[in-house]
Structure formats: C-alpha cells, structure tokens
Design a protein around this ligand. Sequence first.
Ligand code: ASP
Length: 317
Amino acid sequence: MTKFALAIHGGCGVMARLDLDEEEWIAARRDLGRALEAGYAVLESGGRALDAVQAAVIVMEDSPHFNAGHGAALNENGVHELDASIMDGRSLAAGAVSAARHVRNPVKAARALLEQGDPLLLTGPAADRFAEDIGLAVEPQNYFTTGRRRAALAAMKAHVEAGTAARASESEKHGTVGAVALDSHGDLAAATSTGGYNNKPDGRVGDSPIIGAGTYARNGVCAVSGTGKGEYFIRHVAGHEVASRVDYLGESLETATRKVIMNDLKDVGAGLVAVDAQGAIAAPYNTDGMFRGWVNDKGEIFVASHAEVYRYPEDLQ
Ligand code: ASP
C-alpha cells in the first residue's frame, strides 16, 4: 500500500501568544487535532484524499477558533462572506464558492460543485441557493459570528480611523483553514475555506476559492492550500507556482514552498501546507505563527500554532 499523508492549517493570522489565555490556545490546538483525526480516519480505512481533506476542513469550519464557517471574519459592513474550494489531483476536477452568506459548510458546497462538474465556481446568492437546493444546511448570518470577530472588526475599523491599518496584527487581519492529503491510492487533494480578512470590502473575493492560487492539487506532483493576503496569492498563482517548481524544476517540496512563501510572498503575511506525491509535508509561514498540524506515517498527530510542536492529544490534556 502506498503511504498516505495529511496536513492542515488553521490560518497564518495567529495572535501574539499573550492575546489568548492558555485555555483558548489549548482549545484551538485540540480542534486542529480533531480535524486531523477526522481526515486520518478516512485515509486509514483506505478512503480518498478528497474525502479526507473535506472531513478535516468541516471540523475547522465548525470550530469557533478559526476564520471559516462558524467564527469567520466580518467584512466592512459587518457581514460574513465565505469563500471555499476543493480540488481532486487525480482528475483535476474542482469546485468552489465565493461570497456565500448562508451555507453552513462552504466546503460541502464546493465539493458538490466538483461532483457536478460544471460550473466550477458559484458566487454570492447563487452559491447559497445551490447549497440549499441540494439539501445542505444553511444558517442565518449570526450563526457565523463570534465575539472575537466582532472585536477584531472594531479594532480594524479603529486602525483605519487612526491611519494605522498597516500596523494591525496578523490576527486582526485574517485567517483561513485548509487541508492537503495523499491517499493510499496515490491520489492527492486539497481544500481551503475562509471568511477572508476582517473589514474586507463588500463583495471582495480572495484566493481561497481560486484554483491555482489558494488551492491546487495535481497527482504525481503535490497538493497545496494557502493562507495569507489573497490578492498576492492570486497574482503569484501561488499554489500552481509551487506545483510548477516541483514538477518542472524538480525542486523538493520544502524548497519550492519556501521560495514561494519567503521570496514571492515576502511582503505580506503568508503561509501554506503542502504534500507531495511521496507523502513529504511542508508547512512554511512568514508570520509569527500559523495554526497547523500533520499526521506521520505511524498515525501520530502533531499540532502547532507558533514554534513549539505538540503531540495530540497527550500534550493538550
Ligand atoms: N487567504 C485569505 C483571503 O485572502 C485570508 C487568509 O488566509 O488570511 O481571503
């Protein structure tokens, strides 16, 4: 059996250590562990990478600790507009939604579009209508709102008022969740889901639902899910750039991902997780921290927010 692999991120908009009390840090890391468990259970039973990344992202969308689904960022009007995508490296099939306001799990709507085949991306009210029509759970806007996101929006608006927006902390700005996997059949997949960044303009769409930018998977090469200032991921076609470096230049996943995050995207907060066709994992970031985690081939789960890496669940009791 080919070895399988799974890695996730919960965004590079990680707060300074002192911004959260220890209990909250532990709760967030625990949810990363639960997301990895959900994805790993799929892979371990011989399931598909596509199902594994979806399962992991759903856990993080449902968690209040990450900027996707419940707990997503608010835009300039105090509205949640959700972006998500998923890609199958075997067929290059993909699905995406952008600026959705009601679908509880945007990644499920993206997956349904992938299965349907055409169109690939639906936006705004049409994305929500599609989700509702196929029987996915939809929620009122307040389902997605948490106290922390309200505070982050108020803080961001205060920065804009004072002319200090550029100095806002990474956590005040953004976040995202994503997963990449290699399954025992040798197939790769990636999925990403986000509320975008706090105080984003009405109707703004980031990189997360853009195939090749925030999400990309190609069998035999790698799968990538990004987090950070989406406009730059789109300009650099970051996910596809990583795959191109690995495929055409023969760079290792480690080298290719570091070049994109540390060189191409050095002027903005950015990070990603990636897995290659051999199961190697990379998770570079250029911010203070990035919620992230992975499972090794013995089934051991590791989670992290800053430099320290914790074993799940042992270290989080
Ligand atoms: N990439 C997301 C976006 O630009 C935000 C983030 O990951 O911080 O919408």
